[in-house]
Design a protein around this ligand. Structure first.
Ligand code: NDP
Length: 258
């Protein structure tokens, strides 16, 4: 079997949080194209249902939509139950849901701080923990978390201390889980994208006006596209990445290299 065949995900069972749109939808599409069955997990159940239908129609795989708030342990637990009822097992978790608030640190309220940390860091912990429990019992699995280049650098000019701190937390959480679960065949990695064109950036009133400035600073002079994160995630989800765990993949068009 050639390397491309070995990288396929036929029959694997995967959940993707924040999967209704943006990076989550794009990576879920790649997983489906590689043959996996996908649970789209999102707050927005209408959009999640549309995405799941699209994946089924285009790829002949099974896809379901599940409404869950990743910050709520009860929702996360019910989400895992639904995945297991429908798919019977869980091979891969893409813990990707996240938000960004751009507020100067001195003006940030406790609630605003907590919202970002709850979704971006605690949400990744809760979903990765729930997935890990199932995978440890099964004897293996792969967890992929979405961090950001903001976990490495302080993006400018926008003020986003809570976002940057949450994403640095995701990187260290990823490494911690990878070490704890290494001998039990549960791998944990994260991706750290640079600026990617999604609702989060293109339609954010605070971020949209900054795009020209970011592109000027970027070595490639442009933002990334969600599709440019697909192949790394397919690699991490599949069996050819069996020696890859505890790693953080920075995909930023060299933004953090300068
Ligand atoms: P989008 O805003 O396009 O998509 C995020 C999705 O997550 C939305 O469908 C949203 O649902 C969902 N979501 C938000 N909060 C929750 C929650 N509590 N529970 C379940 N689902 C939730 O963002 P992106 O695709 O751009 O971002 C995806 C991830 O990538 C995030 O973690 C982000 O921080 C990270 N990232 C993004 C970059 C970028 O430049 N775009 C760069 C680096 C990292 P709803 O619509 O209902 O809010």
């Amino acid at each position: 079997m050639g390397i491309i065949e070995k990288m396929r995900l036929d029959g694997k069972k995967i959940f993707v949080t924040g999967g209704a749109r943006g990076i989550g939808k794009s990576v879920a599409t790649a997983f489906a194209e590689a043959g996996a069955d996908i649970a789209i997990v999102d707050l927005d159940i209408d959009e999640a249902t549309k995405t799941a239908k699209e994946l089924e129609e285009n790829n002949g795989i099974k896809s379901i939509a599940i409404k869950a708030d990743v910050t709520n342990p009860k929702d996360v637990s019910a989400m895992i139950d639904t995945v297991l009822e429908n798919f019977g097992r869980l091979d891969v978790a893409f813990c990707n849901a996240g938000i960004c608030l751009n507020i100067p640190a001195e003006e940030m309220t406790f609630e605003q701080w907590k919202k970002v940390i709850d979704i971006n860091l605690t949400g990744v912990f809760l979903t990765a923990q729930a997935a890990g429990k199932v995978m440890l019992k099964q004897g293996g699995g792969s967890i992929i978390n979405t961090a950001s280049m903001s976990g490495h650098i302080v993006n400018v000019p926008q003020p986003q201390a809570s976002y940057n701190a949450s994403k640095a937390g995701v990187i260290q959480l990823t490494k911690s889980l990878a070490v704890e679960w290494a001998t039990r065949n549960v791998r944990v990695n994260c991706i750290s994208p640079g600026y990617i064109g999604t609702e989060l950036t293109l339609n954010s009133p605070s971020l949209k006006p900054l795009i020209e400035q970011w592109n000027e600073m970027a070595p490639l002079k442009r933002m990334g596209r969600p599709e440019e994160l697909q192949s790394i995630c397919v690699y991490l989800a599949g069996d050819t990445s069996s020696f890859t765990t505890g790693s953080d993949f920075v995909i930023d068009g060299a933004f953090t290299a300068i």
